[in-house]
Design a protein around this ligand. Structure first.
Ligand code: SAM
Length: 293
């Protein structure tokens, strides 16, 4: 069974040649050419079975030439956000069979506004998307995952291809070298529940790095937005100079008096390093920071 007619080298080359398009390195244009990977992404996203009567709505960042998009469109209404205007004609062509359920927003995903999204959803009569499914442009992958989870509350889950190294940071364990402020921030909003590796040979052109697809599920039970924001500020400070102990590192952002009061109130030794504290401890520190400031 084929998931996407574009997920092979011949079809991808044909489309690129037909529209005279060369992959733009600066925009992370590494097009998927392996159909099994498309199938595995759909499985991880829970979109591999029949949707039944009412189609779900999915959002995609960076549809490229439409390789993943057409597989998603078989199973869902789709809003896609693409930055490269040279790809809009390509997408109009490859996604033409699904025109009535496909809306393209020409924008930088990091600058997408609610108004742009609402217009696109209205144009295909779709509800707010609960899922993001994407082969993300690597330069912005880590940022956009956090940014969209923070800005778009309607998103319950994300199934995204990222650099393997970014996937490692997303689910790093406390005390390991990949564990950092990013891990803490993401853990306070969502959990990585699944993952599979993708070889560089699955793309055209092949990127310099290995990739992984991660499934991320929002965890709204962690805390309120203010406390999470304060916890993120503490984590930023604790990892600002990760070789230093937490007391010294945090002084790059907060006064010495406040740092001492905060650590003391939360019963944390000033000599430990930020990487030894779990996300729940950062949450406690965030709560205390709000009380003390
Ligand atoms: N989805 C396609 C696939 O799997 O073959 C293409 C994925 S390619 C890795 C990343 C795509 O993201 C490209 O089409 C690129 O033009 C687009 N892109 C890059 N930066 C972007 C941004 N800031 N906002 C939206 N799209 C972006």
């Amino acid at each position: 069974m084929s998931y996407s007619a574009l997920a092979n080298p011949r079809a991808t080359k044909e489309v690129l040649d037909r529209f005279g398009h060369s992959a733009k390195h600066a925009l992370g244009q590494n097009f998927l050419i392996e159909d099994n990977v498309v199938g595995n992404i759909l499985r991880l996203a829970g979109l591999d079975s029949d949707a039944g009567e009412s189609l779900p709505c999915v959002i995609e960042i960076g549809p490229g030439i439409g390789t993943l998009s057409i597989a998603l469109l078989e199973r869902a209404k789709l809003v896609a956000v693409e930055r490269d205007a040279d790809l809009y004609d390509v997408l109009a062509h490859t996604c033409a069979p699904y025109a009535e359920r496909f809306a393209l927003i020409g924008a930088d995903a990091l600058k997408l506004t609610n108004a742009q999204l609402e217009d696109a959803l209205a144009s295909i009569d779709a509800p707010a998307p609960r899922q993001l499914v994407s082969n993300l442009p690597y330069a912005v992958a880590a940022t956009v995952v956090l940014d969209w989870l923070e800005r778009f509350n309607f998103l319950d889950s994300m199934t995204v291809m990222v650099q393997s190294e970014v996937a490692d940071r997303m689910s790093a364990r406390v005390g390991t070298k990949n564990y950092g402020a990013y891990t803490v921030k993401l853990s306070l909003i969502a959990k990585v529940t699944d993952r599979f590796q993708v070889s560089r040979n699955c793309f055209m052109p092949a990127p310099h790095v290995e990739s992984a697809v991660v499934h991320i599920v929002r965890d709204s039970a962690v805390g309120d937005a203010h406390t999470i924001e304060a916890a993120c500020q503490v984590a930023e400070a604790a990892f600002a100079q990760r070789r230093k102990n937490i007391r010294n590192s945090m002084q790059s952002r907060f006064s010495r008096e406040l740092v001492d009061e905060l650590l003391n109130a939360c019963d944390i030794a000033p000599t430990v390093r930020g990487e030894t504290l779990d996300p729940q401890t950062y949450l406690r520190l965030g709560k205390k920071l709000l009380e003390l400031t």
